[in-house]
Design a protein around this ligand. Structure first.
Ligand code: GRG
Length: 297
């Protein structure tokens, strides 16, 4: 196992790579119409943990990054950020605070935020098509994974089910699991699988990455539900306690705090066992899985 210092250094280095690549891979802020490009950058450059692109880079690193995984990692952050911008809109979660700043529609206006989200999603596919043009099978495999993870049966489907369940704090556990598996875990799975694809991973290894992503994604959402119930908005950089205020079902409202903590640990253990089966030096990913369980924001 690497020391905590090594883990933190590697995490900081991967985050730095993501931050510099984001700046370089988004349309320039002065490109016409400047307002849309500024809104895209406003939401992308607002910070955030960069968890998904870091997972993609770390997965690709297991295989020595056969193809540069940075464009795929940035594309994942574009899709994730689009989903946050749209989720914050008045028609959805109606939020004022995201990543410690006013939400995109508060800073700009609603129409601009809708377009910025649309543009970020579209830009993700443009990035993949141009960055991997020299490797058509890889580009195709990435497009397929992105479209599936972001599509109507997964990210969008999870969001749809979540919206339909609003006002029903005590939905069936299976329904809650469907929401979490698709709204949250799909993008975490995508991150690890996209990294593996860039590293030319074998089918069996891709399936282990998918299993790890499913476990990590579920654990991440359960921890998110626990934090929403136990932390302040200042600590989280987004509005805390919203789920309870809006009568939304969460792991905590359906299962209680103790059972939620136990479930997060179980999902992390599933992810750890899948990660241990991977080739290469998996110590950073193991450390990240444990850090995700312990996170406090
Ligand atoms: C609008 C299609 C569509 C989907 C929205 C992202 C989302 C789905 C909803 C936001 C609310 C929520 C609790 C989503 C679950 C995923 C999640 C915890 C997102 C926040 O991810 P973090 O904490 O955010 O990684 P940062 O800002 O650190 O990137």
């Amino acid at each position: 196992m690497p020391t905590l210092l090594h883990f933190k250094e590697k995490l900081a280095s991967l985050r730095d790579q993501v931050e510099s690549a984001l700046g370089a891979m988004l349309p320039a802020p002065e490109l016409a119409p400047a307002r849309i490009h500024q809104a895209m950058r406003y939401s992308m450059e607002a910070g955030g943990k960069r968890l998904r692109p870091v997972l993609a880079l770390a997965a690709a690193d297991l295989f020595g990054r056969a193809a540069d995984a940075l464009p795929a990692a940035v594309a994942i952050e574009c899709v994730h950020t689009y989903s946050l911008v749209h989720d914050d809109l008045p028609a959805m979660d109606d939020d004022d605070l995201r990543r410690g700043r006013p939400t995109c529609h508060r800073q700009f206006d609603e129409a601009t935020a809708i377009l910025a989200g649309d543009a970020l999603l579209t830009h993700a596919f443009a990035l993949i098509a141009s960055a991997y043009a020299g490797r058509p099978p890889l580009a195709l495999a990435l497009v397929r994974e992105f479209a599936h993870a972001a599509g109507s049966t997964r990210l969008i489907g999870g969001q749809m089910a979540d919206m339909s369940a609003e006002g029903h704090e005590r939905i069936a556990p299976e329904e809650l699991e469907f929401i979490h598996r698709n709204k949250t875990a799909a993008m975490v799975e995508l991150s690890l699988v996209a990294g593996g694809l860039c590293g030319d991973a074998e089918t069996e290894t891709l399936e282990a990455l998918r299993r790890a992503g499913a476990g990590l994604g579920m654990a991440f959402q359960i921890v998110d539900d626990i934090l929403d119930a136990t932390r302040t908005s200042e600590q989280l950089g987004k509005t805390a306690g919203k789920d309870a205020a809006y009568g939304k079902a969460t792991f905590v409202s359906v299962h209680g705090l103790d059972a939620s903590r136990a479930a997060a640990k179980r999902c992390t253990d599933d992810a750890l066992s899948a990660l241990r089966s991977l080739p290469g030096d998996n110590s950073f990913l193991l450390g990240l899985a444990s850090a995700m369980l312990e996170r406090d924001a």
